[in-house]
Design a protein around this ligand. Structure first.
Ligand code: HEC
Ligand code: HEC
Length: 324
């Protein structure tokens, strides 16, 4: 093989086109390997321990609620309420998001402010409207459990402490995967699994309208924190503005995943929209007039058939294998 100019150029183009193809594949394709962090590797025992903790009400004040009270498996790890209910009947600030595929998220919470699942665990435990407790109080209770003490020793080689609780819980959360919806099967080559209306809905979503500008990739989100113009005045919850007090972040919320969206009603950060048809109507009106509203959101006209098709497509994203 001679490295003359022509050959080198050919080789270069070959590699370039090759990489472009793989990048595109990754973008559109299924989720890929679960990204377990190096300092918290996966193991079946750790997942099982995390699952026990996830369903354990002792993580809250007066043992009233567990993580699973607000993140119920049968509702794709949401709770069906506009805003979740925590200890002593208090109302949480927001709507509970699904935890499916949260292993892949680049940030957590509607503000996109929390960077790892390990860190996130502390938030609900301490929030007085959610679990209303503290890690210290939780550890005092859990340390009396001889099974938990044994598991901590066996899996982490240490006493039951905050390290153990946060690592076990986040390992369980990373195991909550949803990638077998009818739409996934369609993308994987089972072309006859969707009917003509559902495919037409996907075309509306991805080509005719602008939805994939934000709801893109394998989880139908680009993880950006933006305003979709839900309100002209966001009232008490101004979104990411509460983190840094930046005017331009008023009304900005993390783009939610749309996987299993037919199980996660009501919608938006405050659960203010009941149905998918009403969500579609919100976008078709171009949202509310709001200075920070993303310039992508513009009014559009769909006829009744097209509205149905878009809704039918959104419903193909449900993966019932994960809800049991
Ligand atoms: C009282 C109801 C409630 C309880 C209990 C609760 N959560 Fe949540 N969870 C929520 C709400 C509401 C949000 C959204 C909060 C926000 O964005 O500000 C949330 C957000 C999350 C997120 C971020 C998801 C995303 O898409 O960004 C994770 C992860 C999470 N919760 C895990 C847990 C774990 C683990 C526990 C138990 C230790 C727990 N939750 C307990 C209601 C609850
Ligand atoms: C500029 C980015 C952007 C575009 C474009 C966009 N969305 Fe959204 N979408 C968001 C954000 C941000 C939220 C959450 C807003 C909130 O909670 O206040 C959201 C929420 C949703 C929800 C509710 C999900 C849930 O679990 O609460 C649905 C459904 C949805 N969008 C569908 C669509 C459809 C259909 C289109 C195309 C017509 C679209 N979106 C276009 C940013 C966008």
């Amino acid at each position: 093989m001679i490295f003359n100019k022509g050959n080198v150029l050919f080789l270069f183009l070959f590699i370039l086109i090759g990489t472009m193809c793989t990048v595109k594949e990754q973008y559109t394709l299924v989720l890929g390997k679960i990204p377990f962090p190096k300092d918290n590797p996966d193991s079946p025992e750790k997942r099982a321990f995390g699952k026990l903790l996830f369903f354990d009400k002792r993580l809250s004040k007066n043992n009233e609620v567990s993580c699973a009270s607000c993140h119920q498996p049968s509702k794709a790890f949401t709770d069906g309420l506009p805003k979740s209910r925590g200890v002593r009947g208090s109302i949480a600030m927001r709507n509970a998001p699904s935890l499916l595929n949260s292993a892949y998220f680049s940030s957590y919470m509607y503000d996109g402010e929390v960077k790892t699942l390990e860190q996130q665990v502390l938030v609900p435990i301490q929030d007085h409207r959610e679990m209303g407790s503290s890690m210290k109080e939780v550890l005092q209770k859990l340390s009396k459990d001889s099974n938990y003490k044994r598991l901590a020793k066996q899996i982490f080689q240490r006493e039951l402490d905050a390290y153990v609780v946060t690592r076990a819980l986040s390992t369980y959360e990373r195991s909550l995967i949803s990638q077998n919806s009818r739409f996934d099967q369609y993308r994987a080559g089972a072309k006859s699994i969707l009917n003509a209306d559902e495919i037409a809905g996907w075309k509306l979503f991805s080509e005719k309208l602008y939805c994939t500008k934000c709801h893109s990739g394998a989880n139908f989100t680009n993880y950006q924190v933006v305003s979709n113009g839900l309100y002209s005045d966001y009232g008490i919850d101004q979104g990411r503005y509460r983190i840094n007090g930046l005017e331009k972040e008023k009304g900005a919320f993390k783009v939610p995943s749309l996987r299993n969206v037919s199980l996660t009603a009501p919608y938006m950060h405050d659960g203010s929209i009941q149905t998918l048809r009403e969500v579609i109507s919100h976008y078709s009106k171009g949202g509310s007039r709001f200075p920070n509203k993303s310039s992508i959101i513009k009014p559009f006209k769909l006829n009744n058939l097209e509205i149905n098709q878009l809704e039918l497509f959104l419903k193909t994203l449900v993966d019932t294998s994960t809800v049991n």
